[in-house]
Design a binder for this molecule. Structure first.
Ligand code: NAD
Ligand code: MG
Length: 396
């Protein structure tokens, strides 16, 4: 293959779970890709190793303190080293055909926006971008003729189920939830769930934050909002069903009663690979399902007492505007506090609910225009309020 036929690709959050799976696919066909930027956080050794392995143009760590170590590890390779939020955002403006957005949390928003402004196809794993600033990221893509391809397994499944369909004939969509680590726990034990227990997912191997969010269903709450923002469905059309096997990822229901399901192994390389090769389908190194051996697929309604996050997602969609940014920020702070051992497992939803209700009256904040500055302000307000509530709870 000639150099000009290579696709220029960047991976934001390259050292994480999604980033590593993306790299696995790219590394299988090195001649097809010209790697531009790889970014990471504290895992400098892995970042440098991968940058060298894939001959990236630039490697960037999110943290300035890590820059000397990154420079050291890359010295003599000709690969540029940089650090910090601004450097990551700048790297997203480098011309690329395909950009993976796989930073975890609200920090993933700006690099994705910059990549879209530069006209890249954005493979979007960072669901927080759509939750915090859905209309902004969608309109940025439109204004720059750039495409966003969903990489969440449920959203990739819906996207695939909607190919060639008349959106007017879609009655509803259903996304599945494994139910996370505690789906079979008695309700009264949940308050005592430990960090270690919440960090073990029954079906998926993912980063720690999304794994805990799966146990609390905050992940599914984010995904319901992600579905609304990406596909434009009315919230009442979006359903969640608990499906412990995690083999059916999503279903599309049509007005003639047909329900089209997407099945596949619980392996993110499917959704990543679909976005990488779209509009083609290519052979991917994922397990092929043996339905006779699986034998049973179970479905049940999510229990709202167990998963208050789902109810909160409905409130967020109803309020709209900047409420998503506040919701996500409060959730991130509550998650940090749970990881730090400051609050209990069920307190996460209580903190987020209190933040929403305290800020709900602030119409100027909630209904501010969807600009990056306002999203940032709402994010900061959500974090500050969450920390105040956490401090009061822990002082009590
Ligand atoms: P992870 O924790 O494994 O990796 C996160 C990456 O982001 C790492 O490279 C880390 O260095 C980087 N990072 C963390 N904080 C940062 C910051 N402040 N600034 C810049 N970089 C930072 O996470 P993951 O599980 O790979 O998830 C990544 C994203 O993809 C999340 O938004 C998650 O919700 C989404 N997602 C993940 C999965 C999965 O299977 N892991 C599935 C669907 C969606
Ligand atoms: Mg998902």
């Amino acid at each position: 293959m000639t150099a000009t036929a290579q696709r220029r690709v960047s991976i934001f959050g390259a050292t994480g779970s999604i980033g590593q799976s993306t790299m696995d696919l790219i590394a299988r066909d090195p001649d097809a890709y010209d790697v531009v930027a790889l970014t990471g956080g504290h895992n400098v050794a892995r970042l440098a190793h991968d940058a060298i392995r894939l001959d990236a143009e630039i490697a960037i760590t999110a943290y300035e303190d890590n820059l000397p170590a990154l420079r050291d590890a890359l010295s003599g390779t000709g690969i540029e080293a940089a650090a910090g939020e601004t450097a990551i955002a700048e790297a997203a403006t480098r011309p690329a055909d395909w950009v993976m957005s796989a930073i975890v949390g609200a920090a993933g928003l700006v690099p994705g926006l910059r990549a879209l402004e530069a006209g890249a196809t954005l493979a979007l794993a960072n669901k927080e971008s759509l939750v915090t600033a859905g209309p902004l990221i969608m309109s940025t893509a439109k204004a720059h003729g750039a495409r966003i391809l969903p990489v969440d397994s449920e959203h990739s499944a819906l996207f695939q189920g909607l190919v060639g369909e008349d959106m007017g004939a879609v009655e509803r969509v259903i996304i599945t939830a494994s139910g996370g680590a505690f789906r079979d726990w008695p309700l009264d034990r949940l308050a005592q769930a430990t960090l270690e227990q919440a960090s073990a997912h029954p079906n998926w191997d993912m980063g720690q934050r999304i794994t805990i969010d799966s146990a609390s269903m905050f992940n599914k709450a984010l995904e319901v909002i992600e579905t609304k923002e990406y596909f434009g469905f009315d919230p009442v059309q979006i359903e969640v069903v608990v499906h412990p096997q995690s083999l059916v990822h999503a279903l599309v229901g049509f007005n003639d009663g047909a329900l089209m399901a997407h099945l596949g192994a619980a392996d993110m390389r499917h959704a990543i690979g679909y976005a990488l090769h779209w509009p083609d389908r290519r052979d991917l190194p994922v397990e092929r399902l043996d339905l006779a051996r699986i034998a049973t697929l179970e479905f049940r309604a999510p229990d709202e007492a167990r998963y208050p996050a789902l109810r909160l997602a409905r409130e967020v969609m109803e309020t709209g505007g900047l409420c998503g940014a506040i919701f996500n920020a409060a959730k991130e702070e509550a998650l940090d506090a749970f990881i730090a051992g400051t609050i209990g497992f069920m307190d996460m939803a209580r903190v987020v609910e209190q933040v929403l209700h305290r800020l709900d009256a602030d119409v100027t904040l909630m209904q501010g225009a969807m600009t990056l500055d306002n999203v940032r302000a709402a994010d900061q307000m959500g974090r500050r309020t969450a920390r105040q509530i956490i401090d009061t709870r822990t002082a009590a």
